[in-house]
Ligand binder design. Structure first.
Ligand code: NAD
Ligand code: IPM
Ligand code: K
Ligand code: MN
Length: 379
């Protein structure tokens, strides 16, 4: 059988709790086929690694990630290594993304099916039919510019964060958005989000997106919107943003968390971080591409250790891993169908189970067990 090496980085806070449920699901997938074998190996990353060896991304972890077919991550960070700490977990994640060249962060929020509408804090008629994927540029912009907090006179009390984007960086992320848009017929619309009324980087962004799409993808409809009013539209009339939401690093970070309000919880959203455009597993062009897969949420210190975190975002990230990095479309779709069955309230046979973040009473491990049960029925 083809052996796939998957590096697992449970991380901090609820990370290990939600990753345990996703690996349960991967073990089921593993046991159903003799064509491939999933080899999972855990490594230290984040705050736990700082405590153990003094740095968030030990060289051995980075090496394992570079050699892996794919990486499944939970979350890192927490109050123990807070913003005033000397060594913090978050820069380790930025280094991992940058070193692996993972510039394309795909965050689907297209989850508000009829059977889940009861979970949204919005009015159902507002959330209904929202169907958007956030494509976030992940290794440029403010996250990777020079940064300084002055510690000496005369600059003490001043801090700098530099924001830089180059044309090639904007072109390549635009092509990723375009490839995703072309996965349906007719293509999805692209909404490019910026702050071109103020920022130079945004004016370069807008010009480059327009040129790239007009020249290379004339069949795709697109528009430009400013990030501030987009944040309003996302909760007032989210269907207006249906399609692909293409944006830079920081705006994408913020808008993707916000988009989780529509399906109802940050705990539901998965993500893929890739070094190129995803190729559908069914396509003749498919070739396995390494990637990092993690829920959109963080380590949730407020609920860590209680066994109540929602594992769905991580389980759906494992499905994205199978699809985009390993080309295993069937198991990926089966996991997604199992998740819908467990959450769904309306359809025949739906279990209608949910964790506390969605007003339910089911714990993390029990929900994971139910996904496994549903998955076994589907496979
Ligand atoms: P967070 O995403 O950890 O939590 C925000 C809120 O959402 C909390 O109330 C939390 O309980 C809830 N929540 C998040 N995931 C949930 C889940 N699966 N089930 C139920 N509820 C869930 O954001 P934060 O509190 O602002 O950040 C906490 C730490 O996580 C910080 O150190 C931050 O840097 C880190 N962080 C890491 C990642 C990552 O590893 N990629 C992502 C975001 C934040
Ligand atoms: C995310 C997180 C990270 C980010 C942090 C932890 C560095 O919020 O993955 O969304 O800002 O990219
Ligand atoms: K995460
Ligand atoms: Mn974030």
């Amino acid at each position: 059988p083809r052996v796939f090496r998957i590096v697992v980085l449970p991380g901090d806070g609820i990370g290990p709790e939600v990753v345990a449920e996703a690996t349960k699901v991967l073990h089921v997938i593993n046991s159903t086929s003799t064509n491939f074998e999933l080899k999972l190996e855990e490594h230290q990353f984040g705050g736990g690694a700082i405590d153990a060896v003094g740095e968030p991304l030990p060289a051995s972890t980075l090496k394992a990630c570079q050699e892996a077919d794919a990486i499944l991550m939970g979350s890192i960070g927490g109050p123990k290594w807070g913003v005033d700490a000397k060594i913090r977990p978050e820069p380790g994640l930025l280094t991992l993304r940058k070193t692996l060249g993972l510039y394309a962060n795909i965050r689907p929020a297209n989850f508000a099916s009829e059977g889940l509408l009861e979970y949204t804090p919005l009015r159902p008629e507002i959330a209904r039919g929202f169907d958007a994927i956030v494509v976030r540029e992940l290794i440029g912009g403010l996250y990777f510019g020079r940064r300084k907090e002055a510690s000496a006179e005369p600059e003490v009390g001043t801090a700098w964060d530099e924001m830089i984007y180059t044309e090639p960086e904007v072109q390549r992320i635009t092509r990723v958005a375009a490839q995703l848009a072309l996965s349906t017929n007719p293509p999805l619309e692209i909404h490019s989000i910026d702050k071109a009324n103020v920022l130079a980087c945004s004016r370069l962004w807008r010009k480059t997106v327009t040129e790239t799409l007009t020249k290379e993808y004339p069949q795709i409809k697109f528009d430009h919107q400013l990030v501030d009013s987009t944040a309003m539209v996302m909760v007032a009339n989210p269907r207006k943003l249906n399609g692909v939401i293409l944006t830079e690093n920081l705006f994408g970070d913020i808008l993707s968390d916000q988009s989780s309000v529509i399906p109802g919880s940050l705990g539901l959203l998965p993500s893929a971080s890739l070094a190129g455009a995803p190729v559908q597993a069914s396509s003749a062009d498919f070739k396995p591409t390494p990637g990092l897969y993690e829920p959109v949420h963080g380590s949730a210190p407020d609920i860590a250790g209680k066994g109540i975190a929602n594992p769905i975002g991580t389980i759906l990230s494992a499905a994205m891993l199978l699809r985009y990095s390993l080309g295993l479309e069937k198991p990926a779709s089966a996991i997604e169908a199992a998740v819908r069955k467990v959450l769904d309230l309306s359809s025949a046979g739906g279990y209608g189970l949910r964790t506390a973040d969605l007003g339910g009473k089911v714990g993390t491990a029990e929900l994971g067990d139910k996904v496994v049960e549903a998955l076994k029925e589907i496979l």
